[in-house]
Design a protein around this ligand. Structure first.
Ligand code: GLA
Length: 503
């Protein structure tokens, strides 16, 4: 069992000296916020960049992200009050106090998510899942009081999982504070995957798993079946670089969820149920594993094509190719389905439709593009397996082949999944003409960041051309903002506790 590491220093960063002053400032800021306290420990979790495989994790197909060095750190002291007070080195996030309930029995009812958007809500997400875990697996039935100061370097709304880094850090801090010092990566992943569901985002598990399982110098393959886990791996080529550029279009997953992210989850859930019906799989042993309680595109594939183990990429590739044909022949309405049409095909009433698909996470839509979304999932999942195959192929053409798959992914994100846009496409095409082998929007999309595959020789030219683009597009941009918008991040260490305040 692999557990979240407890460390004594900052040597896991590629540049520990640079981090030293940041951590010292965190402690100083903590002392200003809580003058009578000493820091007991620091909890930390990083952001992630997804290299390939977007909008498929909630259909349980493997994805290939890596944890990056930007992260959220939290200095914590404990007390016997019934309050948790959170503060931030960034003054935009105001001091926020949470009253703790007397026991943990009904924590998800006792801790109320504010109606207005607040950073405290994300902390509460971590609080709820940590408390449920403590209640179910330990004898703890009330929580310690805590004083916390956070500092974060993951750009908010930048598509690099700032919210997952924050929620995982919060959860980890609460668990450690309440006596869980040997927390397994697997448990922390399972409990945090659903944390953002409490603020209305029906997300999959990639972000939390990548943040937790990251290892220095290694990317991750994340598998979801039979259970979610991250498998660290090294790239077979030496001079490879993933450059990340923030489009500076804020992607607020939670606020736009009803017509962006959550709508995709619903469209894919309906596509799965419809395919299951058309393939006569409804009464078989098929597992109902989607977040909405129906089938997923993965369970439909496994039901139709037979058992498939995630490690057996050759079989996976064959099955996915078969499913692409199935989508082409079975989901024939390319303009988008209406509710009436779906109800008729599924043999359910409009009321049943609403209860099943529109209640848990409300959505807004004109037409439901089941053909496009299902096709995206099977094609994107196929590409992930093709990259995994490439990793062990010893090919001399690694960069071109990987890049081509990333570019195809971008095209489908744009045209089938409709989570890119013209500005994001423009950044990709500038990069491709200036030293990128493959460029694609990473994570949820609709703004956020783009990941480019390049090598050490082409990197300077790529950075120059992108800097020029930003200067033209945002004439007011400062040098500092430019540096923050273009990150050459190495694969970084996942979640950890730092049990020292001397760096
Ligand atoms: C967001 C979600 C993830 C995943 C990506 C898209 O980051 O939190 O679960 O679905 O979008 O791949």
């Amino acid at each position: 069992m692999s557990t979240v590491p407890i460390l004594k220093d900052l040597s896991f960063y590629s540049n520990p000296d640079l981090q030293k002053s940041r951590y010292e400032n965190l402690i100083k800021s903590f002392k200003v916020n809580f003058p009578n306290d000493e820091v007991n420990f620091i909890a930390r979790s990083p952001g992630r960049v997804n290299l390939i495989g977007d909008h498929i994790d909630y259909n349980y197909f493997p994805v290939l992200p890596m944890a990056i060095e930007v992260d959220v750190i939290a200095s914590v002291s404990l007390n016997d009050s019934n309050k948790i007070v959170i503060t931030n080195t960034n003054p935009n996030f105001e001091r926020y106090t949470i009253e703790l309930p007397a026991n943990l029995e009904n924590i998800d009812k006792d801790i109320r998510i504010d109606d207005v958007h607040s950073w405290g809500n994300y902390f509460k997400c971590g609080l709820i899942v940590a408390s449920k875990f403590l209640n179910e697996t330990t004898t703890t039935n009330s929580l310690k009081g805590m004083h916390i100061t956070f500092n974060g370097t993951v750009p908010t709304g930048g598509g690099l999982s700032s919210s997952a880094a924050f929620c995982v850090t919060s959860t980890l801090a609460i668990l450690y504070a309440n006596g869980c010092h040997q927390i397994s990566k697997s448990d922390l992943t399972k409990i945090t995957v659903v944390s953002e569901h409490y603020v209305g985002l029906n997300n999959g598990g990639m972000d939390q798993c990548a943040s937790i399982y990251g290892e220095q110098g290694k990317a991750l393959q994340i598998q979801f079946k039979p259970t979610i886990k991250g498998i660290p791996f090294k790239f077979p080529v030496e001079n490879l670089v993933f450059l990340i550029t923030n489009s500076l279009q804020v992607s607020n997953k939670q606020e736009t969820a009803p017509y962006h992210y959550n709508l995709r989850v619903v469209e894919m859930a309906i596509a799965s149920d419809l395919l299951a019906k058309k393939l006569n799989l409804e009464n078989s042993e098929l597992v109902k594993d989607s977040n909405l309680g129906g089938f997923s595109l993965r369970s439909v594939m496994d039901g139709y094509c037979g058992e498939w183990k995630d490690d057996d990429y050759e079989t996976g590739i064959l099955h996915l190719q078969k499913m692409i044909d199935v989508v082409e022949t079975k989901l024939t309405n390319k303009k988008g389905y209406s509710v009436d049409e779906i109800c008729e095909e599924l043999g359910i009433s409009t009321e049943e439709f609403k209860t099943k698909y529109l209640t848990k996470f409300p959505i807004k839509f004109q037409a439901l593009k089941l053909y496009q979304r299902a096709l995206h999932v099977y094609k994107e999942s196929l590409r992930v397996l093709q990259v995994i195959k490439l990793l062990s192929s010893n090919t001399s053409d690694f960069f071109n082949k990987f890049g081509e798959l990333m570019n195809e992914s971008q095209q489908d994100l744009d045209l089938l999944n409709e989570s890119s846009n013209s500005k994001l496409n423009e950044i990709c095409s500038i990069a491709l003409s200036n030293g990128s082998f493959g460029s694609r929007v990473t994570g949820a999309g609709w703004g956020g960041s783009i990941v480019h595959l390049t090598n050490t020789e082409d990197l300077p030219n790529l950075i120059d051309s992108l800097r020029n683009y930003y200067k033209q597009e945002f004439p007011q941009i400062s040098e500092n903002e430019l540096d923050e918008a273009i990150i050459d991040s190495k694969p970084g260490m996942g979640s950890c506790i730092i049990a020292s305040t001397k760096f």
